[in-house]
Design a protein around this ligand. Structure first.
Ligand SMILES: O=C(O)CCC(=O)C(=O)O
Ligand SMILES: [Fe+2]
Length: 302
């Protein structure tokens, strides 16, 4: 049995908020939205060089990165947020830096991962073209211990028949809605690619996928560790993948959110998670060379 599915597609103009909310946003189903383009003509006309230089000049990124996380207004004269996105943000916890801008050349690969903070992602292709592969959190790809980066097994194994997965291309004016915890690998195809993303964390009920359980168990573990004086750094290093105050700022809310979403997780269950993750630590050793290469790829992304 092959569990590859076709991601549903709709035209932006034909998609009302109520339908989107009921059929995709709430149930956490991915959606490909075509022809969002009109707000972005201005942005499409500039080159990624101009965007990059402008952000670099303002000191917002350094010259080697192609990934920028901001507050949305740094390039505000170039675009406005589509209503569908602002409606979603209005129903979510929104972090201070909720807008990302990506510029890339053909061949740039963002390796398999899923995003932290339970964020969902709207990713709009302003210019160029990208190839996406996504995997459901119900049949998650195997990841390194305490991380959200996939283990480096070959793609055939990663996307084996047991995984619920889809692939598609984002062309100019297309936007994908990627629900929380969906893994993805993205390859730049256009000679010049510009993407804008908006990310936020849903306030309402979450789908209780396999990965959801892992995430809340890890978070509970983070809480237990963070309470022990001097251990916060460890939590930031592992769960936060190097981001300071991961739990303190989680989803832009912090402890209140973390405590509520982990309320059903007992200490024993969190420690069970620790044991499960720890058992996979030898893979980190075995794969250490390829991990270095993947981390180098991610460095360019961050
Ligand atoms: O566009 C890319 O290369 C990666 C996008 C991504 O990981 C995201 O939008 O979360
Ligand atoms: Fe991502």
């Amino acid at each position: 049995m092959n569990d590859q599915f076709r991601i549903p597609e709709v035209d932006f103009e034909a998609l009302g908020w109520d339908d989107f909310s009921r059929e995709y946003f709430e149930p956490e189903a991915p959606l490909l939205i075509r022809n969002v383009g009109t707000h972005f003509d201005k942005l499409r006309k500039v080159t990624s060089e101009v965007i990059h230089d402008r952000l670099a000049k303002k000191g917002l990124i350094n010259r080697s990165t192609y990934w920028y996380e901001g507050r949305g207004f740094e390039l505000e004269d170039y675009f406005e947020i589509p209503k569908l996105v602002s409606n979603s943000l209005g129903r979510s916890f929104v972090r201070e830096r909720f807008c990302r801008i990506w510029t890339s050349a053909a061949g740039q690969v963002t390796p398999w991962h899923y995003d932290g903070n339970f964020v969902y992602v709207f990713n709009l292709q302003v210019k160029g073209k990208k190839h996406w592969r996504i995997v459901s959190p119900e049949t998650p790809v195997s990841v390194y211990p305490f991380r959200r980066i996939a283990r480096l097994v070959d793609d055939a194994e990663l996307i084996g028949p047991a995984r619920l997965s889809a692939e598609f291309e984002l062309n100019e004016g297309d936007m994908v809605f990627l629900p929380p915890l969906w893994s993805h690998k993205v390859t730049s195809i256009g000679a010049e690619n510009i993407n804008v993303n908006w990310v936020a964390t849903k306030q309402d009920e979450y789908k209780r996928s396999k990965l959801f359980h892992r995430e809340i168990e890890l978070l509970k573990l983070g809480l237990l560790f963070a309470r022990v004086a001097g251990r916060r750094r460890v939590v930031d290093k592992f769960l936060g993948e190097g981001v300071d105050d991961y739990i303190e700022n989680f989803a832009g809310v912090g402890f209140k959110f973390v405590e509520s979403i982990t309320s059903e997780v007992s200490n024993a269950r969190a420690l069970g998670r620790f044991a499960k993750e720890a058992m996979a630590v030898p893979f980190v050793y075995l794969d250490r060379r390829s991990i270095k290469a993947t981390q180098a790829a991610f460095k360019q992304v961050q």
